[in-house]
Design a protein around this ligand. Structure first.
Ligand code: G6P
Length: 628
């Protein structure tokens, strides 16, 4: 077999926590890891320093497995610790591949998020020097290099980290502890997320502020190629050459409760319920009293907005579907062509982008590597870049010319819900702003759309008031082998997103189609009893869309499909064509995705529950995918 006998490369994505202070490090680290499990949950591990000893515990599987191990094999008291939760893209998640990795001499422990691209050369070098590697990971190489760099750095761990980093290629966040420096945690960052939490008499490091927001809301953004040396009383940041650099402070504006389940059984249910607030928060402050869009915070230059001749949206997964929805609106309002490209495909097709293009990167996490790489490519071509992002201080907004934050609050469940709605809202605001600046809409037209947007929180609330019919239907259909989703116009990306939710959560074959495309092939999939969920456009809007979808419903019904219509209140006619009708409030066409997706989220969630799946942490997935 090709590749047999060669070490498999493990490219972890992962969540990282570091603590140094006065409290029990282990408790803080494990609690932080729980908040970061969305980043991966294939294995978890911790290291603490106690009485000059470096002690490590690690275990394959979810964090709960590590906690069980810690119960049966407790760690001693310590005020310095690091922890890791892993998501592997290659190779099996095993105890020995779990982080932390310890140097052969037992002096340093390292955790890592990212890819050391030149790890096989480094590994060969270490092996020829007589070092025995005990895992298949690239990370272990760093542990040995770091230990080797310590003597030549006069025992200074930060200097040893800088020396080591200068030898590494790839993307990485590294965090290390050294048993001879018991009150110190050192970390390095290149192309991978890392934030510092600044406390009083204690400091924190993490992939995401969620890990330490219980303890402090004051944080520092780390730049590219920086090393941070952290004690209980100090945080010193340098570049890889050792020059001290200033970090940008920021304040986390959401609190602990926002990252907890808040009385819900599942983060996903909580996040679905938070959608009206997330939408309202994302609109707040962006519409002036005289009904104009004000996006001064984004630093979008009006001159540039006037000069661009196209918009390109780059995003992945749910964010890409939000971009597809926005395309309909932005083209309609601005008459600018809008392309939506999956970020992972963008730079490989030599896209036509330049100074006349506005490239909008949409990302909940702000760390998705595919999106980041597409953004960098767009920048290298001279494009103007704008991030729509939910995570303050993350890499994608930092590297964009301008940023419009969504205010969804922390989204923890892996399957995205409230981020989708707020991404649509933000992209709509950008579209309206473009229309305002370029004069492609009259003021009263903009005002009318803004009124529609302002109405959306209460409309989404209405959907949430009556979820039982859709939940019951999900339970009823949970034995289906496959579910198809059909939509037209803005209902098409909603169909794609509805199918994605079902795949992610119910592990079920699900596909979304443009309803008109079905007859060109996919209709062959229809057989007796196959559920087909149809997002029905309003009969009041462009009536032609409604008529056409009714024809599409008839086509599938004639072939035995069980039709579930997602249709607005008052569309009585649809009941004649559908086996089940799930009602959503009547809203203007471009607003419909914001209400139509909600029952589909609930449908997927309930289906997963009926099948006994882990809704918040579906198999094989991770929330923030920082590998390409
Ligand atoms: C992952 C998640 C998806 C998400 C996508 C984009 O695949 O599982 O839910 O839509 O990444 O994430 P982003 O953070 O860039 O919006």
């Amino acid at each position: 077999m090709a590749g047999e006998g060669r070490p498999r490369t493990l490219f972890p994505m992962c969540g990282i926590v570091g603590y140094v202070g006065q409290k029990q490090a282990l408790e803080i680290v494990v609690a932080g890891l729980r908040r970061l499990e969305y980043r991966g949950y294939d294995s978890a591990g911790v290291a603490v320093i106690s009485d000059g000893e470096l002690i490590v515990r690690k275990k394959a599987g979810k964090l709960a497995n590590l906690e069980t191990l810690l119960g049966s094999d407790p760690m001693p008291d310590s005020t310095t610790g690091i922890g890791h939760t892993r998501w592997a893209t290659h190779g099996g998640p095993t105890d020995s591949n779990a982080h932390p990795h310890v140097s052969e001499n037992g002096q340093v422990a390292v955790i890592h998020n990212g890819i050391i691209e030149n790890f096989s050369e480094l590994r060969d070098e270490l092996t020829s020097a007589g070092v025995t590697l005990t895992s298949e990971t690239d990370t272990e190489v760093v542990a040995h290099l770091l230990a080797a760099a310590l003597p030549e750095s006069d025992g200074d761990l930060a200097e040893a980290m800088r020396r080591t980093c200068r030898r590494l290629e790839g993307a990485f966040t590294l965090v290390a502890v050294d048993r001879r420096n018991p009150d110190l945690v050192v970390a390095a960052r290149r192309n991978s997320p890392l934030v510092v939490g600044v406390g009083v008499g204690e400091n924190f490091l993490a992939s995401d502020v969620a890990a330490f927001v219980d303890h402090t809301r004051d944080a520092l953004e780390l730049g590219q190629d920086q090393v941070v040396a952290m004690t209980a009383a100090s945080v010193v940041i340098t570049d890889f050459a050792g020059e001290v650099v200033e970090a940008t402070p920021f304040h986390v504006d959401w609190d602990t409760a926002a990252a907890e389940k808040g009385g819900y059984d599942l983060f996903m249910l909580k996040e679905i319920a938070e959608q009206p607030k997330a939408v309202a928060d994302s609109l707040r402050g962006r519409i002036s009293k005289d009904h104009r869009i004000q996006l001064d915070e984004t630093h979008l230059d009006e001159g540039i907005l006037r000069s661009i001749n196209k918009v390109v949206v780059i995003a992945c997964g749910t964010a890409a579907y939000a971009g597809m929805v926005a395309k309909y609106a932005i083209e309609h309002w601005t008459r600018l062509p809008v392309e939506v490209e999956l970020a992972s495909e963008f730079r490989y097709r030599d896209p036509i982008v330049g100074p006349d293009s506005l490239v909008i990167a949409i990302s909940q996490s702000g760390e998705t590597m595919d999106t980041l790489m597409a953004l960098r490519h767009a920048k290298s071509q001279g494009a103007r870049t704008l991030a729509i992002c939910n995570t303050v201080g993350s890499t994608i907004p930092r590297e964009s010319d301008a940023v419009l934050y969504t205010y969804a609050g922390p989204e923890i469940a892996v399957a995205s819900t409230k981020a989708f709605l707020t991404q649509i809202i933000a992209a709509y605001l950008v579209g309206l702003y473009l229309a305002q600046v370029r004069g492609t809409m009259f003021e009263d037209e903009i005002r009318a759309v803004l009124q529609d947007l302002n109405d959306m929180p209460s409309k989404v609330d209405l959907v949430l008031d009556t979820t039982e019919p859709v939940r019951e239907l999900a339970r009823e259909l949970s034995g289906s082998a496959s579910v198809l989703f059909l939509g037209r116009h803005v209902g098409y990306p909603v169909a794609l997103e509805g199918a994605l939710k079902l795949k992610e959560l119910a592990y079920m074959h699900a596909e979304g189609f443009a309803a008109g495309e079905l007859k060109h092939g996919p209709i062959a999939l229809i057989e007796e009893g196959v559920p087909v969920v149809v997002i029905v456009p309003s009969p009041r809007g462009r009536a032609v869309l409604h008529d056409k979808i009714v024809s599409n419903i008839q086509e599938v019904r004639a072939r035995g499909a069980l039709v579930v219509a997602i249709a607005e209140e008052g569309d009585e006619m649809i009941a004649n064509y559908a086996d089940h009708v799930i009602r959503i409030p009547a809203v203007p066409t471009l607003m419909q995705p914001l209400v139509a997706i909600v029952p589909l989220q609930i449908f997927a969630c309930e289906m997963a529950l009926a099948k006994g799946h882990d809704v918040d942490q579906p198999r094989n997935l991770a929330k923030s995918v920082t590998v390409e």
